[in-house]
Each structure stands twice: as C-alpha cells, then as structure tokens.
Design a protein around this ligand. Structure first.
Ligand code: TRP
Length: 331
C-alpha cells in the first residue's frame, strides 16, 4: 500500500445514478486518475446522497454500487493508490452530518443555488425533504471528516465547497480549530454533448456509456445530430458546431482531426462516414475498458473485499476525527 502522509488529501464522491458515461469519464474520472498519483485520495460512492433524490425508488442505488466500482476499476482507478469505498459503509459521515446540523443555520442551506434549481427542475419528485435540504451539509461532512485540503468538483459544485468553508469557520470559532477549510480543485470539463446535442445525461437517454457494446455505440453514434445546417451530403459542414467533432478532438489523432476539419468544410467527407470513424475510435478506446469491466464483474467477491478494505481504511481516519469532534463538542 503506497501511503505517504505528507501528501495533501483529496476527497471526492460520485452519486450512484446509473451507468457511467463518457461525460463522467472526461469530466471526472480522467482527472481522478491523475490525482491518485499526486494526492492521498479518498474516492467514494455517495449512496446516501443518491437517496436524497431517489428515496422513493432506492433499488437503483443498490444495483449500481458494483457497476460503478467496476467502471472505476476498469478505467484505472487503483485501490492501492486511492482509498475507494461506499459512503454508507462509514457511518461516521452520518454522525458528523448530524453534529454539523446543530450549527448550520437553515438559511445557509436554503440559499445554495442547486437547492432551488433542482427543486424546479425535478418536478416529478418531491424534494421538500429535510434530507434534500441537507445535501450540501452531508457533502461538507464527507469532506471535512478526512480534513481534505482539496475537493475536485465541477463549477456547479463550487457553492457547496463555499458552504463547507463557512461551516468549518463556524465550527472552529465555536469549538476551537479542528478542521481545515477545503478548497475546490476546479476540473476543466470539456464540452461533451449527448447524441441529441443536449448535455449528456441519463435523464435525456442520450449517453454513450462505458458499458455499451460496440454495436450499441455504433447505433447511437449513427443516430447523432451533426451540423443541423448540413442537410445534404454535398453541403459543406461546420465542424465547430458538430458534436461528433468534439469527440474527435478528445479521442482522435491530431492529423485525423485536421483532416476531418478540412474535409467536412469542403464536403469531401459525409456525416455518415465521419460518424462511422468516430464510433470506431470510441470503440477502440472502450474495448479494453469493457474487457476489464467484465473481468471485474465476474469476481464480485473480490470487489466486495476491495470495498470492505477501502471502508476499513476510511473508517480508521474517520474514527480518529470523530473522537476529536466529540471531545470538542463535549459529547
Ligand atoms: N455532490 C457531488 C456531485 O453531485 C457528489 C459528492 C457527494 C461529493 N459528496 C461529495 C463530491 C464530497 C465531492 C466531495 O457530484
């Protein structure tokens, strides 16, 4: 186990909301792969956070636990380098959440932008719950339980980290300096659209998932909407507005990208041919990932063992911190 305690600590979680897709890979996982070599990383499956919106149909969360782990391992997250676990396996997250709930003013939670936005967006769900309001407080507990210095997140999550910093300041001023203020580690997420040109998201059913078969990837890619102004094969296209071209930029060789750019603009290459090339490139990238994923899913005992080991490592740190918290709060 490579453990170097002088390294700064990073904590990040992912909600288990179904299959992971290329958006997750480019926006989150690729970054975690680098971080695991540079920091003392704690990466976890945030199943309790999943419940805040999925409480009425929790079966999906339980089901995606192994699926997500298989995806993480298949892309190269390494349990020897990072501590990988499931949030609900480390009950200290819940205890700290409860204790922090004593000191957080409710208006601090109500003014977090995602609270209002998600309530408006997810109209089919009743999100007037206590748990949903507390989402960013639980996230704060996740982070400061390990005294993380850095939290890799997308821009949308920055207000959550800001809240964590405010809570740390409040805790430290009430009970003495215990927690460090975490800082967001902003990850540049490349623009990645789903096949219908909307943001790639499970709820739009427009994703290329890491577990899609080669045939499914090809079918999905062939259905993609390219440059809407290029109506006929002989019309020149504009790669700058084409989602397929965005994928080429991430996955194809430099010469290929330049060639497609030229040939699309001069109508030398058609969209179907271009899509076929893109699907083949993505499949080449996904082939080894799919293979490793299947290998892992065939060894569920090993996966459970791995999560058990991760939870033990996380718990050791969390328990030590909770002793200090209880002492500070005279509990
Ligand atoms: N809220 C994060 C998201 O939706 C997931 C998450 C839960 C998280 N706990 C965390 C991220 C702690 C970073 C640190 O993506």
């Amino acid at each position: 186990m490579t453990k170097n305690n002088s390294r700064e600590r990073v904590v990040s979680g992912m909600r288990p909301t179904g299959k992971l897709h290329l958006g997750h890979y480019h926006g989150v996982l690729k970054n975690w792969l680098t971080l695991q070599n540079q920091y003392d990383c704690f990466f976890f499956i945030a199943d309790w956070h999943g419940l805040t919106t999925e409480y009425s149909s929790p079966q999906g969360i339980a089901g995606s636990r192994r699926e997500i782990l298989a995806d993480w391992l298949a892309v190269g997250l390494d349990p020897k380098k990072a501590t990988i676990f499931v949030q609900s396996d480390v009950k200290e997250h819940a205890e700290l959440h409860l204790l922090l709930s004593m000191i957080v003013p409710v208006p601090w939670l109500e003014r977090v932008p995602s609270y209002q936005e998600m309530q408006q967006e997810l109209t089919t769900k009743d999100l007037s719950t206590y748990g949903f309001l507390g989402y960013p407080l639980l996230q704060t507990a996740d982070i400061i339980l390990y005294n993380a210095n850095k939290v890799p997140v997308g821009v949308d999550q920055v207000p959550h980290i800001e809240l964590s910093r405010e809570i740390v300041r409040r805790f430290n001023s009430l009970y003495g300096p215990l927690f460090v203020e975490p800082k967001p580690l902003l990850t540049e997420a490349p623009k990645l659209l789903g096949m219908d040109r909307r943001k790639m998201s499970k709820s739009y059913d427009n994703c290329l998932t890491l577990s899609d078969s080669a045939a499914t990837i090809e079918k999905k890619v062939l259905s993609a909407i390219t440059d809407p102004d290029r109506k006929r094969r002989e019309d020149p296209g504009n790669p700058d507005v084409c989602l397929i071209f965005d994928y080429h930029k991430l996955h194809s060789e430099k010469e290929t990208i330049q060639k497609i750019d030229r040939e699309c603009r001069s109508a030398a290459i058609g969209c179907v041919e271009d899509k076929k090339m893109m699907a083949a490139t993505i499949n080449k990238f996904l082939d080894p990932i799919r293979k490793k994923r299947e290998e892992w899913l065939g060894q569920t005992d090993r996966m459970d063992e791995l999560l058990g080991d991760g939870a033990r490592r996380a718990r050791a740190v969390a328990q030590e911190m909770m002793e200090k918290v209880r002492k500070a709060m005279k509990i």
